[in-house]
Design a protein around this ligand. Sequence first.
Ligand SMILES: [Zn+2]
Length: 446
Amino acid sequence: MLIYNTYTREKEEFKPIEENKVKMYICGPTVYNYIHIGNARPVLFFDLVHRYFKYLGYEVEFVSNVTDVDDKIINRAIEEEVTEAEIAEKYLNYFLECNQLLNALPFTSMPKVTENMDEMIQFIHELVERGFAYAVDGDVYFRIDKVREYGQLSGKKIEELEVGARIAEDSKKENPLDFVLWKKTDKGITWDSPWGAGRPGWHTECVVMIGKEFGGKIDIHGGGTDLQFPHHENEIAQSICMNGHSLANYWMHVGRLGLNNEKMSKSLGNVINVKDLIEAIDANAFRLFMLSVHYRQPINYTEENIQLAVKEWQKIKSTFEQLHLKLDLAEALDVEGEVVPEIENLMQQFTLALEDDFNTSNAITSLYGVIKEINKMTRAKASDAACKYALMTLQNMAYIFGFDLSKKRLTLEERELMKAWEEARKAKDFKKADELRAQLQALNVL
Ligand SMILES: [Zn+2]
């Protein structure tokens, strides 16, 4: 399998650190607001990665942190006159609810910053002890000139960054690029530390969580493109100093989502919240839209694009349901499948696309190919065994893409109704046939 590694800017063959195991981490949400559909892109993409590795038989350990202390959370708590913990809990619950509605597999664990404060302080303390960081007036900064590789992930040159940073130079820092590890503050919630009361900066938490959860280097570290600099660059810098490695073997970054070709952001006021959208349209259609573009490319949300996905999803769903019903009526849902070469070939193309740096847009083309084949097979009255094979292939593809394709088996009563409907049609008793059809639709059979 090839994965594009942002750190080396090359597609590389995936080799797990431990055989049959994948260790993955993504930077999680800062829980101060409702997540919008742009925030959902990394969630959905890495869920597909998680699912595909599981499909291949890997054991996947997938961790995401929760940033539950941050200026934005503190400001929100002051605004709403509640505690930071209440704000964090409210929006974390919203995030988890959205993940569930989106049919994302649960994370192996979701460590919170506030529950790992001792480890964070200890980590920063050690950086200071070893000369990689320094304390000034209750703040602690990281010395970026201790890291030769600084800028490698984001492709930035230190000299160029320094020119930009000087404009906003902070006199407390030795170098304007040094970043904050611990912030002295008396605003909002604070913790005691060797440097006085304050709270940690954002860049340390992921390094500490990865160390704690995995005990060393991981396979894949993911996030949105906007996290490459400075967040991921700063994670790497700390890890190189403390652990002597760059944290992860593969760094994967997901492109932005735009709304009508504009950046979607809370400050521009053009956000669509995840729950609002999936209450309006099927969560599966949203997934189909989000995965229809290669993850490294930007994706553009427009009403037209999403409506197209809704239509395409309907086609997939109804093909599946008709095939399922046909097999169910023939009492053939449990027959042994018999390989259909065209479909086998499409499944091969599907996996080849995913093995090539998760090319989901090509994989979706193969999925549409299967839909077409199934419709052909139905017209040609293919055998139950061939239909069963097609059904299984479609279900495997749906599992990997995280689509919820399921249908209950017919009950005895429903089976009888189906038979009666068929007989009424044969007898050209259209009035009765219509009545039965309505009953079957009400039962969700048709
Ligand atoms: Zn992070």
